[in-house]
Design a protein around this ligand. Structure first.
Ligand SMILES: C[S@@+](CC[C@H](N)C(=O)[O-])C[C@H]1O[C@@H](n2cnc3c(N)ncnc32)[C@H](O)[C@@H]1O
Length: 370
């Protein structure tokens, strides 16, 4: 790649490493960043700083692995145009809701009206499936299905669908300590490691639907006050196959990493309730494929193909800014295969204070060009 690791390695970048006190959770999850849980996102303040360093003012950015839309949301806040791609339909729905230019009065009317009708007992609870019957207690199931039937009648139906998914996630029959990837429904009381007492699975969804409808309204309004009117587009599909419009100033992204997360499966309830298109077979590096030699080879080929395709859409002076914890040292080969040269590499300390994933954790920011 032209330069040695020593020449390009700049050590820990303190301006990209925040402590809990410097950057508390409410800032990391400001406005729409907390519309719905998503495992595997990067934080908005990192993206803001990377834009400042690597994207010209008023420029246009591409994120081929856009996930929950952190890049796109921050592009709007930073006055940049953006396009995001993701293979997972729920992620695309979430991004569209976060970045959509919602009409303020219409949004407020739709959300409050749907909630009021739901609370008056309106809506149709038919349309249950085997998954819904297994994962939700009878009352929770009834609440979710009624809300779903009401949602479809509004102009802001997609916003209500995201509320529904968030409430469904909270109302599943799971233990409190396994919300990310529960293996089987938890039907009765259990010993809870998180709360150190006996807990019971949730039985209703009504309180979640109310709380999340109102929270979503507040968050979308907060974002409306700080966002610009720059353009934003969300494309659903496999980034290896989609044709990209040209002339980007930068690709800013955090790719999936092999064997860590199943991006469709983490939102399984949403696919089941909303009938979304499931393209899990096209996910690169899904946990499901494991970390065998063949899986790693497929991963390297997959990410290289995406980066090579993005390279063709980049302006000559454009940069790739890739955030990754490359503990298998796969990226030197990936960049080479994609025809990219590494220019700079920073390391940042990731503050993961809570949950089972807590502990020391570092990630790299790779800056590359054609
Ligand atoms: C690490 S996450 C990105 C998270 C994002 N930076 C955020 O803050 O929300 C990687 C994303 O790549 C997506 N992905 C995996 N394979 C893909 C493919 N073939 N084409 C497009 N997206 C893909 C996954 O669905 C996942 O959302």
């Amino acid at each position: 790649m032209g330069v040695t690791q020593e020449q390009i390695y700049e050590g820990l970048d303190l301006d990209l490493s925040w402590s809990e006190r410097e950057l508390p959770e409410r800032e990391r999850t400001k406005h729409v960043h907390r519309l719905h849980p998503y495992l595997g996102k990067y934080i908005p303040q990192l993206v803001e700083e990377l834009f400042r360093r690597h994207v010209p003012a008023g420029g246009r950015v591409l994120d081929p692995f856009a996930g929950s839309g952190t890049t796109l949301v921050q592009a709007l806040e930073s006055g940049l145009d953006s396009i995001g791609i993701d293979v997972a339909a729920f992620n695309c729905l979430l991004m569209r809701v976060k970045t959509g230019a919602h009409d303020r009065f219409g949004l407020e009317h739709d959300l409050r009206d749907a909630l009021a009708r739901f609370e008056r007992g309106e809506g149709d609870a038919r349309g249950s499936t085997a998954y819904v019957r297994a994962w939700f207690a009878p009352q929770a199931r009834d609440d979710l299905l009624r809300f779903r039937s009401l949602a479809s009648g509004y102009a802001h139906a997609d916003v209500l669908r995201v509320v529904l998914a968030r409430a469904a996630r909270s109302a599943r029959r799971t233990t409190h300590f396994d919300l990310d990837f529960p293996q089987a429904p938890q039907e009765g009381p259990y010993w809870c490691h998180k709360h150190r007492r006996e807990c019971r699975p949730v039985e209703r969804a009504e309180h979640f639907l109310r709380r999340y409808t109102l929270d979503t309204l507040v968050r979308l309004k907060e974002f409306a006050r700080v966002r610009s009117r720059r353009s934003v587009e969300v494309l659903h599909g496999d980034a290896r196959e989609l044709e990209l419009p040209g002339a980007f100033d930068a690709v800013v992204t955090s790719p999936p990493y092999p064997g860590l997360i199943d991006y469709h499966e983490q939102h399984r309830y949403a696919y089941e309730l909303l009938g979304l298109d499931d393209l899990r077979g096209r996910e690169i590096g899904a946990a499901e494929w494991g970390t065998s030699g063949a899986a790693i080879t497929a991963y390297v080929e997959g990410i290289s193909a995406v980066l090579a395709s993005c390279a063709g859409a980049l302006r000559p002076r454009g940069r790739f800014v890739i955030v990754v914890n490359d503990r298998r040292d796969l990226y030197p080969e990936i960049l080479e295969r994609a025809g990219l040269g590494l220019e700079q590499r920073y390391q940042r300390h990731v503050n993961r204070r809570t949950g089972r994933r807590a502990g020391e954790y570092f990630e790299d920011v790779l800056v590359a060009r054609r």
